[in-house]
Design a protein around this ligand. Sequence first.
Ligand code: ANZ
Length: 957
Amino acid sequence: MSETNPAAAEVAAPHRYTAAVAAEIEARWQDFWDADGTYAAPNPKGDLAGDPGLAAKPKKYIMDMFPYPSGAGLHVGHPLGYIATDVFARFQRMTGHNVLHTLGFDAFGLPAEQHAVQTGEHPRVTTEAAINNMKSQLRRLGLGHDKRRSFATIDPEYYKWTQWIFVQIFNSWYDDEAEKARPISELVARFESGERAVPGGRSWDALSAAERADVLGEYRLAYASDAPVNWCPGLGTVLANEEVTADGRSERGNFPVFKAKLRQWNMRITAYADRLLDDLNELDWPEAIKLQQRNWIGRSEGARVDFPVDGEAITVFTTRQDTLFGATYMVLAPEHPLVEKFTPAAWPEGTRDVWTGGHATPAEAVAAYRAQAASKSDVERQAEAKDKTGVFTGAFATNPVNGEQIPVFIADYVLMGYGTGAIMAVPAHDTRDFAFARAFELPIRCVVEPSDDRGTDASTWDDAFVSYDAKIVNSHGEDVSLDGLGVTDAKARITEWLQRKGIGEGTVNFRLRDWLFSRQRYWGEPFPIVYDEDGIAHSLPESMLPLELPEVEDYSPRTFDPDDADTSPETPLSRNQDWVDVTLDLGDGRGPRPYRRETNTMPNWAGSCWYELRYLDPHNSEKLVDPEIEQYWMGPRAGQPHGGVDLYVGGAEHAVLHLLYARFWSKVLYDLGHISSPEPFHKLYNQGMIQAFVYRDSRGFPVPAAEIEERDGAFFHNGEQVKRELGKMGKSLKNAVTPEAICEEYGADTLRLYEMAMGPLDVSRPWDTRAVVGQYRLLQRLWRNVVDEATGEVTVVDTEPDETTLRALHKAIDGVRQDLEGLRFNTAIAKVTELNNHLTKAGAAVPRPVAESLVLLIAPLAPHIAEELWRKLGHTDSVVHQDFPVADPRYVVDETVTCVVQVKGKVKARLEVSPAISDDELEKVALADEKVVAALDGAGIRKVIVRAPKLVNIVPA
Ligand code: ANZ
């Protein structure tokens, strides 16, 4: 039979597994699974309760990262992770678990809004169309999702609870003593009773409503503040740092961008910095991701030290208090609020020309430098390689350890948003300070002994000497000396001294900033916040949620004269007077009053911060999630305080923001008693990327990959030779392959197998359409081992398999089990292939137990063909809930080792035993051996020395 001529093959073998057969089988089983609710995971109670045997089954919660339904649809690179979790989930179902596996959609966001701005079509319409398209694309892959649990973040039924969580966060504060969030009402009660002093020293009763709101704003975990943002009047929107170019213009549209202070909502994630850091240790996550989170949180231990200036003090944050004697100047961030205070009318004596920037007075120099710094992003300001710029403020500060007068500069390499916005500069031991000191002719004093041969005269050095593991030198004052100490001891001693003198203290600083939570957009969750006539923010009561997005005419933000910095954003929601100005009774005893709604919307991250909780109980209208149901799926694991999703699979690009925000919300909800696990995701796994070849013509433009011809290792498009490189898959590179195309040519089972067989799941791999056929052939051979291609009859026989077949079978079972459990799908497929090839080569009809096991082995990977063959083999129930085969250990160990048995030091017998045999077992086998019994000749035994599996030494009595 010719495999190259499908038409001929169909005539000769009408029952061969072909793309047409696959298509028919797959559609049929997908319909069956939907109708049957095969993948429904029962809850212990509530709407989705079921399965009385639930208590006996351990749960497994397996989750993919939320997809954003792009209008462009999926290419074959997208479902890699979804197929992997599906295989794993199916395997877990077959090993006795109650498996929750579903998929929803993260559907608020910019692309749909931009589309709406351009076309006037409502973003809901475009988003829903994209969701439906994606659903049908995914359905074709046979993913075993519990569809009853799916939702989109744009569903009011869902975002009601996103808003509700915001209200909980708004109405709580972080109690540093208890190290947890508590309701803000408890803080108010403490202020009222006097148990806790009100900041500012007045009594709670004496404060006006607005003053109270201000005080509480300093504590709330969600709070509004005037944050410096990148305001772009030409676009009418605030931009993220990444959207602003190096010369301070908008990436999109090239308009000027101004630093403006705007009232914005923030989340006090910094309150959780320590817990977010500490709890990472307990999680089963890739080390690389943990490291990225640690760096992002950026915990630094150091000290705050006061440097007196004119009766005031500049407080610096340093991690190298051991180098205080080497501080030869200070630097403040240009925006530092104390700068004006110190700036004298004229340049003082001792001012060098290079310090003034060519300005006549310190005030002029400062003003000019500030304007220049304002146009730069923090990232640019911090760039290592950048020339150091700055100006002298005209002020001198006193170094508290030695009384030295040192000049105070402003320079943009010091950021206002970190530490205290002020540093002591130790040019000998800090690279940036060294460069600055060289440029500004400032003294460089060595206080940490160099371990190389440069010597301690820093004026001759080419760069700073940076070390945390060296001896301190040149560091003694009137009543403190660090000379001779190592860095750690010197830090401890000087910190203790500073504390005793009341001029400093040990402190911990974090790089993590509070999370800016407002967006001037339409297509996001409205804030459940209204302002009263005094401008005080109130949260809406639960009965008013969800607060639905109003219909608007115009989705775009208002734009202004691009150069007019004195404008401020006008959000799309703010133009909706009827919606914005409302009279409400908030149920707080104040009766109906006029309010103005908040018109920003939440950032795209909000909806994905807690979705793992809603899958558990998606239709609960009373609660975010029922506590019993949450406890069942997410509750703490044995021996650990946290529980969480058992497996969370997604791309490594979400290493920080999404995962950190989701962890933060979990901790708040946990502290407030709404959920039982302070961590959302116990095990995290990052799948690799499917890459694709990109073909470029002589001008460098991509040409359609599907039209390439290969000749002698070279590539041609329309006769022209083109270059091949490896890149991303996508429409713009003209190399996208759709899952539909592969399904049509081979079927979804082949596509699933191919994606899983391409390589280890966490490694990126190039797509190669020509290689897909390999997996198709595997399925054809599998089919042929069960079904007669000419008659369609099942060919298996009810005979016992021979020894070699039993060994091949049980080795495969053993290996595939371990591989599936360990997410090694590529090697699992290799083992199934080996077994299948063994049966093909044997050439005889396959014994039924072997055929059945083979079908069960492949069921998680290729569920449609498995379901079909399972029925053909005479079963009436679905393959999905069958038990996964268990290997018989007797057939798994194929080699034996030779064990030497000695009696009185002489070899009396040689035994063939399993390499895994235990000492006890081996002793028994040896003592029972005929030859050994003969050698002992009835003598008693004094001692048996066993070294399994190779040696037994018997000493007779
Ligand atoms: C003196 C010193 C001596 C420093 C030395 C370093 C080396 P991490 O570890 O990242 O927390 N620093 C403090 N606040 C700053 C700010 N707002 N902008 C720019 N730099 C700032 O870094 C802490 C160190 O960064 C601090 O320790 C301070 O310089 C600098 F041999 O103080 B150090």
